[in-house]
Design a binder for this molecule. Structure first.
Ligand SMILES: NC(=O)c1ccc[n+]([C@@H]2O[C@H](COP(=O)([O-])OP(=O)(O)OC[C@H]3O[C@@H](n4cnc5c(N)ncnc54)[C@H](OP(=O)(O)O)[C@@H]3O)[C@@H](O)[C@H]2O)c1
Length: 289
């Protein structure tokens, strides 16, 4: 997401963009913005970068996002997903900075999706709990904040290190590898570019509160994989159906999520692509690489 927001904001008139991440800049295009290495678990480093650039808004896309790794390495998850948000929001309070923070459909237990913003969270895993805690920190910091909850993001990543349901399905089937795909989890896949636009609008409108920002369609992971296979003309026989119970992953996942996105459409001028339109955008980007 960080990379997509760079592409959405770099060269935008009136915007000075400072992009940060751990280590060297892995985004292909290096022009149109400033890059600062920043480890967000380092409170002093955050303070240093904020004092250096005095931003009016921060968009926080960094997190420990591997749900099973969070379950087995809770200390790191807490440092990345909770402590870092406390460090950032403390600086936002001191410097009157608007904070845009990404969160997840996993704050819900998946018994009553699709969800609206007012529905009651009930996280099932440590990752989900950590993201809900981060939301509470933003809400209680006495700052202007917008929390954008989203759902399985897909898109093309510059350095190829991150995968997602679309790239994973496409790459596996191209290599004629069998993949186990879950049949009983339902989500609204979100095109990374759509979410980036929502983040940018949240900044430009100085939006406040919680927003549900996802694709429009609620489909199973299996349907997402099969649609991807069909779209790219790949052999679906490598897709093996599996249930959540059979997969026995370390962290529990909500079964049925999906979002009601009316608030984002109204307040953030959010107009997501359909999943098929999103696949066409992914195909074009892969072609241009
Ligand atoms: N991906 C999804 O399907 C999904 C679904 C719902 C919600 N979300 C939320 O959306 C947000 C963005 O997700 P994403 O998919 O873009 O995540 P991602 O691909 O895992 O990216 C997270 C980024 O955080 C960076 N990071 C890790 N530790 C750091 C540190 N100590 N200091 C600075 N940066 C650090 C990572 O850098 P390295 O590359 O060096 O590790 C990585 O670039 C997250 O808040 C996530 O919880 C994601």
């Amino acid at each position: 997401m960080g990379q997509k927001i760079i592409y959405a904001l770099r060269n935008k008139p009136g915007v000075k963009l400072i992009a940060t991440s751990k280590g060297v800049n892995r985004t292909s295009v290096k022009e149109g913005y400033i890059y600062e290495p920043l480890d967000i678990t380092d409170e002093k480093a955050i303070e240093f970068v904020i004092n250096k650039y005095n931003p009016s808004s921060i968009i926080n896309t960094a997190a420990m996002t591997n749900v099973d790794a969070c379950e087995t390495d809770k200390d790191n998850c807490r440092r990345m997903n909770i402590d870092s948000v406390r460090f950032m929001t403390t600086q936002c309070k001191l410097n009157n900075i608007h904070f845009v923070h990404l969160s997840t459909d996993f704050v819900f237990d998946g018994t009553a999706g699709p969800y609206q913003e007012e529905d009651l969270p009930n996280p099932l895993s440590y990752y989900a709990w950590s993201k809900l805690e981060s939301e509470k920190i933003a809400e209680q910091a006495g700052i202007e904040y917008a929390i954008l909850r989203t759902i399985i993001i897909y898109g093309v990543v510059d350095d190829g290190q991150r995968s997602n349901v679309v790239l994973w399905t496409k790459n596996s089937l191209e290599q004629k590898k069998n993949i186990n795909v879950i049949t009983d989890q339902f989500r609204s896949p979100t095109l990374a570019e759509d979410l980036a636009d929502a983040c940018v609008n949240a900044v430009l409108k100085r939006a406040k509160g919680i927003y549900h920002v996802s694709g429009k369609e609620q489909i199973s992971i299996m349907e997402a994989a099969q649609t991807t296979a069909d779209f790219f003309g790949l052999d679906k026989s490598y897709i093996k159906p599996v249930t959540t119970a059979e997969l026995k992953q370390p962290a529990l996942r909500p079964l049925v999520t999906g979002f009601i996105i009316d608030k984002a459409i109204r307040d953030l001028d959010y107009h997501p692509h359909t999943f098929l339109e999103g696949l066409a955008i992914v195909k074009k980007q892969l072609h241009n690489k």
